[in-house]
Design a protein around this ligand. Structure first.
Ligand code: SF4
Length: 506
């Protein structure tokens, strides 16, 4: 029997089936008395015990260095790196004409001509020591860089994929010069490079033992999320709490807090009381994305018309709603795929609001197969503008772009729906357990490296499912993030023996 199956049967959460309660019952509930019988409680005791023993010390920092930018540009222009390259997406790039040194603001070389997979492009080229310099220097927000056709660099983040995008969120092809590949500088986060002290005791644990630890940590995390929802529901209403949690899941990572603020400034009941156009105008206006000058600067007819329609609704309510300039919501679009531009996150929320009756059924009538129900719903989301555009200013893409991808649908399930249904619906844990993994974020990669080192087989085995990822994130949050001694003072490794032998910590 696999580790997963063996433990799944012994750590079932929903042993006692509860009758479904109406949404208003949720507001009246006492602090959660979950039927998470043993595993979550055991993990709670375990982490509490370990925390008590932590002794903090101080990390050292390692400086990074960069080569001289001017010399790099001169080498490029002089042809020292050659003319043919493979781009970071695997495209074949040939430099037909290196262009001219730019003597004013904007990219380093203008009037360049290149072939990408045989297709000619004409515009500017930017050369930087590091891929991240594009955002560090504000090029992504600078219209002077809009005609950039190529971004060339010799270094990039050790782990994260760094994208280059223009102010209209057009993706710029990149070249990491092959002469420098494999000689990158120090990783941008020191602990990411070092396995933890718990690596050795974990490697002596059987798959079943690790699995039981991850299940317990995942159940504990689920309980924390459920409790947060409950507190929010009591403070506002259940519908508002779940709506905000969905907005946060759509904002994942960089824009999670911004989406939460947007959901608070545009409360659900108000949005449901107005029509679709007005709702979108309110969301985009409150987010700070509407500006009459923007519509005029758009050269695409559809973009222009769509913005005008939003503006016509927004200007009437703008004075009562628009926050003062120092209270505007800030958004992060650097380093994100064009699909995930913050404007598209807001559009996805607007489209879910169009089908809100269906969305409420996700938690209103829980039955087995919630994953399929949610996936089917988000796959059908369509918007005449946003299903073909990356931003309010971008040109239309040839193919439709999904508003909510598979990973975001899983995050909505894992962060909102299952935390709510888990103590009300017997099969919820079983279904939660079947949820497949999502793309690994930076925290998860670090957790894997610290706990499993270079053991690729274990990494794969214990990150294939959503609950495993959540369990790892909980351990990382509880122990690694609170440790400032580079593992030296972390008692987690010693306590693992007690977990193995099943002896309860006190
Ligand atoms: S801080 Fe503790 S849990 Fe994290 S890697 Fe080090 S020993 Fe392991």
């Amino acid at each position: 029997m696999s580790a997963r199956k063996a433990n799944a049967s012994t750590h079932s959460i929903g042993e006692t089936k509860k009758s479904w309660v109406s949404e208003h019952d949720f507001d009246r509930l006492e602090p959660m008395t979950f039927p998470y019988p043993h595993a979550a409680e055991r993990y709670d005791t375990f982490r509490h015990h370990i925390w008590q023993q932590a002794v903090p010390t101080v990390h050292s920092q390692r400086p990074s260095s960069h080569p001289d930018e001017l010399k790099l540009q001169a080498c490029w222009f002089g042809g020292e790196y050659g003319r043919t390259f493979t781009g970071t997406e695997g495209e074949q790039i040939e430099i037909v004409q290196f262009g001219f040194w730019n003597r004013s603001s904007g990219p380093d070389f203008t009037h360049a001509a290149i072939l990408i997979d045989g297709i000619p492009h004409h515009g500017s080229i930017e050369i930087d020591p590091d891929a991240r310099d594009w955002e560090r220097h504000g090029h992504g927000e600078n219209p002077d860089f809009e005609d950039t056709i190529l971004h060339v660099f010799i270094d990039t983040a050790a782990r994260d994929r760094v994208y280059t995008r223009t102010v209209s969120h057009r993706l710029v092809p990149q070249i990491l010069l092959p002469q420098y590949q494999g000689s990158r500088g120090a990783p941008d986060f020191l602990p990411e490079a070092f396995p933890g002290r718990c690596l050795a005791p974990l490697s002596r644990m059987s798959e079943d033992e690790i699995e039981s630890l991850l299940i317990a940590a995942a159940q504990y995390r689920l309980r924390q999320k459920a409790e947060r929802l409950r507190v929010m529901a009591v403070a506002t209403s259940l519908r508002q709490a779940l709506y905000q949690a969905i907005a946060e899941a759509l904002g994942f990572g960089r824009n999670k807090t911004s989406m939460a603020i947007l959901a608070q400034r545009c409360p659900l009941e108000q949005l449901l009381a107005i029509d679709r156009t007005e709702r979108e105008a309110r969301l985009f206006g409150t987010a700070g994305f509407l500006d009459p000058a923007l519509a005029d600067s758009s050269d695409a007819a559809l973009s222009h018309d769509y913005q005008l329609s939003l503006w016509h609704s927004w200007w009437r309510i703008r004075d009562q709603i628009e926050p003062a300039s120092h209270r505007t919501i800030s958004w992060r679009s650097d380093g994100t795929r064009p699909h995930n531009h913050p404007q598209r996150r807001v559009a996805a929320l607007a489209c879910l609001l169009d089908r809100w009756g269906e969305v409420e059924n996700w938690w209103g009538k829980p039955t087995y197969g919630l994953g399929k129900i949610v996936n089917n719903c988000v796959q059908l989301l369509f918007h005449p503008y946003w299903s073909y555009h990356f931003t309010l200013l971008s040109k239309a893409s040839e193919k439709p772009i999904r508003l909510v991808g598979q990973d975001r649908a899983r995050d909505i399930l894992g962060n909102v729906i299952f935390p709510y249904t888990i103590d009300r619906y017997t099969a919820s844990w079983q279904e939660y357990e079947e949820l497949r993994s999502v793309d690994q974020n930076r925290k998860l990669r670090r957790a894997c490296l610290r706990l499993f080192g270079q053991d690729a087989a274990r990494k794969k085995l214990f990150t294939s499912y959503y609950y495993q990822q959540q369990g790892l994130l909980q351990i990382y949050q509880d122990f690694c993030l609170d440790d400032t001694s580079d593992c030296a003072s972390c008692p987690f490794p010693e306590q693992l023996l007690q977990w193995r032998t099943g002896v309860e910590t006190e």
